[in-house]
Unconditional design. Structure first.
Length: 424
């Protein structure tokens, strides 16, 4: 990431958590035609293999490729109100009534919702003469219809690298899709299709109202389209789970995503599909799972309330706009020993973020940041990693707003003020 013509004192890239905020701050794609010629594979780049690489000895699997298995599950709690309070009713009769009522309720919700869950086919070409071939198949959710147009939300990794995208409706009808935009950081993408044959639109619920133990239903397309609209059930196993993500392929985490954990079966092909509550409302977008031989039933979905804002921005702008700082940085405790002589902090400073490079013309340069400055705070919030810096900036700072950084330079503490531009 460093240019040797401009910087002769660069940190070796194989020894650091180097993250370029110019690149990673704006992980959005309008056309998604970028090739993968660099050979590096990150979380968002593993779609052709159908899985995400090892993160801290845990494999997070992205469910895209049709060569892998997918299932979904549905778990309903018994509807006790449907059982008459009758002392003469024996246990077998109660069980039969609960089973019947439970299945009827699930079936009604799923039949109504399933038509809004579609297949998403990623078609890639090797060159201009290539007819194109399916690189993988995922799922998507029709969430809006506007006149003769309908909109589908799916995962970024489902359509990443595509030359063309097709949507397969519940009636097995294939139609060409236009990529409205995509956001790698949140792993979301929006497609637009001809809505002439779209009869059902998913109802988006609220993920803020769900609780651990709530029944959920997962719908998607395992093994490509052969088992489309498969349904599994489970419960909410955890809320606000934080998973480290590598967005730039350097095998170091540079973002943390918060997800819903469920034991409803989520497998390859289910990415972009719906996680639904008992009322048939979408409360999450299925995205990944932990895949180890010793682990079962740990799938994850993007909370729908988190997704709504991203979907709205992509729909309106074709991208998600975020503030730009314009630095590359590495945690203080990960700086290679030969470079420590260039860094001066007081003895009581044990953590911080060391500036490795400042982009020309960036807010960082204009604000006076220099190479080897050690950032310890942003607006009085402690900073230890690039994730800390990004999380604060992306969640709490708007474009053109100013931030105050506490830094150490030549052993002395001082502050610098930056006015953040829009990342390009």
């Amino acid at each position: 990431m460093y240019n040797n013509e401009h910087d002769t004192n660069q940190y070796p890239t194989n020894q650091q958590e180097q993250t370029h905020m110019t690149e990673s701050a704006h992980q959005t794609h309008n056309h998604l035609t970028k090739s993968k010629s660099n050979g590096r594979i990150g979380l968002g780049k593993m779609l052709s293999a159908g899985f995400i690489g090892g993160l801290f000895a845990t494999i997070l699997t992205i469910f895209l490729m049709s060569s892998q298995l997918f299932t979904s599950a549905t778990n309903e709690q018994p509807n006790k109100e449907s059982v008459p309070v009758n002392a003469q009713t024996n246990q077998s009769e109660i069980s039969d009534q609960i089973f019947s009522s439970d299945n009827a309720s699930i079936s009604a919700d799923i039949n109504e919702l399933s038509e809004s869950v579609v297949g998403v086919v990623n078609i890639q070409k090797q060159n201009i003469f290539d007819q194109g071939s399916e690189a993988g198949t995922g799922s998507g959710i029709i969430y809006k219809k506007d006149g003769n147009e309908a909109y589908v939300v799916t995962n970024h990794h489902v359509i990443e690298g595509s030359k063309e995208v097709e949507v397969v409706l519940n009636k097995d009808q294939r139609i060409e899709a236009e990529i409205v935009g995509s956001d790698q950081l949140t792993d979301l993408a929006v497609l637009k299709i001809n809505g002439e044959n779209v009869d059902t639109v998913a109802k988006l619920g609220s993920s803020t109202e769900i609780k651990i133990g709530d029944t959920v239903i997962a719908i998607g397309n395992p093994l490509g389209l052969e088992f489309s609209n498969s349904v599994t059930k489970g419960i909410i196993s955890g809320l606000n789970r934080s998973l480290n993500v590598d967005t730039n392929g350097d095998r170091q985490p540079d973002w943390v995503t918060e997800v819903i954990q469920t034991d409803a079966a989520i497998n390859p092909g289910n990415s972009g599909g719906a996680l639904v509550n008992e009322n048939g409302e979408v409360i999450g977008i299925n995205s990944m799972k932990i895949a180890q031989q010793s682990i079962e039933g740990m799938g994850f979905a993007i909370p729908i309330d988190q997704a709504k804002n991203i979907i709205k921005q992509i729909e309106e702008n074709g991208e998600v706009k975020r503030p730009l700082v314009g630095i590359s940085a590495v945690p203080l405790n990960q700086v290679p020993q030969p470079y420590n002589r260039n860094i001066e902090v007081s003895d009581d400073i044990k953590s911080g973020l060391v500036v490795a490079q400042v982009e020309n013309g960036s807010p960082a340069e204009e604000g006076g940041l220099q190479q080897y400055d050690v950032i310890t705070k942003i607006n009085d919030q402690e900073v230890k990693t690039i994730i800390d810096l990004k999380t604060y900036i992306y969640n709490d700072v708007k474009i053109n707003e100013s931030i105050e950084l506490t830094i150490y330079r030549n052993g002395e503490a001082q502050t610098v003020e930056l006015t953040l531009d829009e990342a390009i």
